[in-house]
Write a protein that binds this ligand. Structure first.
Ligand SMILES: Nc1ncnc2c1ncn2[C@@H]1O[C@H](COP(=O)(O)OP(=O)(O)O)[C@@H](O)[C@H]1O
Ligand SMILES: O=c1ccn([C@@H]2O[C@H](COP(=O)(O)OP(=O)(O)O)[C@@H](O)[C@H]2O)c(=O)[nH]1
Length: 233
């Protein structure tokens, strides 16, 4: 056997050994972890608060810091409304303009599909559940499939909410409902239909409430503390 053949042989032997070691290392640690993670139910946090309370703004910060996936029920509905051929486009349009809450079958399916598509197992469900129909539908379709954590509630005075939404509308949000007529209806829906849901979770000791009238960075400092306390890194 000449020197070149010997080197090729040695190289091949080393590569083969390395391959099996790497494979075995992956199989005991990574594959087991991947397997365990896929068996775990996804963790879900509901993010609630009035229109313009800052839910979306804080969710973006949480995504960056804690690697959650942000599922805004409102954004999912707006995307479905805009989807060509959607059978729910006109219905969603009518509900959003009037600050009414879309039937849960539509919203819950959009949320479930988005969760199925994701490889993440931590979700911020933003702007849902907003009324008893939402909560009942979620309990029927989703509650067994997820590991619900708590409600993150951004408590914000009405006048601050209205001012923020109007500014958002004037700075080109393109939203049909960031105008004073729709806002009056959204606030009414929030007080009549969404507040009782927040109270229900509060009675279960499942609400983390944050005063949301301050600036976004100060609010996030409080949000961070809640997430650390709840075991998220
Ligand atoms: N803490 C805050 N202070 C002032 N403006 C804010 C704050 N949080 C969000 N905003 C602004 O108010 C508007 C509504 O915020 P957003 O996060 O979209 O609220 P929500 O998702 O609750 O409707 C946006 O234009 C956003 O930039
Ligand atoms: O679960 C949901 C979430 C939103 N919406 C509709 O979408 C609008 C906008 O909701 P979003 O959360 O995007 O905005 P917010 O009012 O909190 O600023 C609401 O007024 C509802 O008409 C709904 O019907 N069901």
């Amino acid at each position: 056997m000449n020197k070149l053949t010997l080197n090729v042989y040695a190289y091949w032997t080393r590569s083969t050994i390395n391959y099996f070691f790497d494979f075995n290392k992956r199989s005991v640690t990574t594959i087991a972890m991947e397997g365990m993670r896929s068996l775990e139910k996804p963790k879900v946090i509901f993010v609630l608060g009035g229109p313009g309370a800052g839910k979306g703004t804080q969710c973006s910060k949480i995504v960056e810091r804690f690697k959650f996936e942000h599922l805004s029920a409102g954004d999912l509905l707006r995307a479905e409304r805009a989807r060509e051929g959607s059978e729910y486009g006109a219905l969603i349009d009518e509900y959003i303009r009037n600050g009414k809450i879309v039937p849960v079958e539509v919203t819950c399916s959009l949320l479930e599909n988005a969760m199925k598509k994701s490889s993440n197992n931590r979700f911020l469900v933003d702007g849902f559940p907003r009324n008893q129909d939402n909560l009942d539908g979620w309990n029927r379709q989703m509650s067994d499939k997820v590991d619900f954590q708590f409600v993150l509630f951004f408590d914000c005075p009405e006048d601050v909410c209205v001012a923020r939404c109007l500014t958002r509308g004037q700075s080109g949000s393109g939203r049909l409902d960031d105008n004073i007529e729709s806002l009056k209806k959204r606030i009414e829906t929030y007080n009549n239909d969404s507040m009782p849901i927040i109270k229900y979770f509060e009675e279960m000791g499942k609400v983390e409430k944050i005063d949301a009238k301050y600036n976004a960075d100060d609010i996030f400092t409080k949000v961070e503390k809640i997430f650390y306390k709840s075991g998220f890194q």
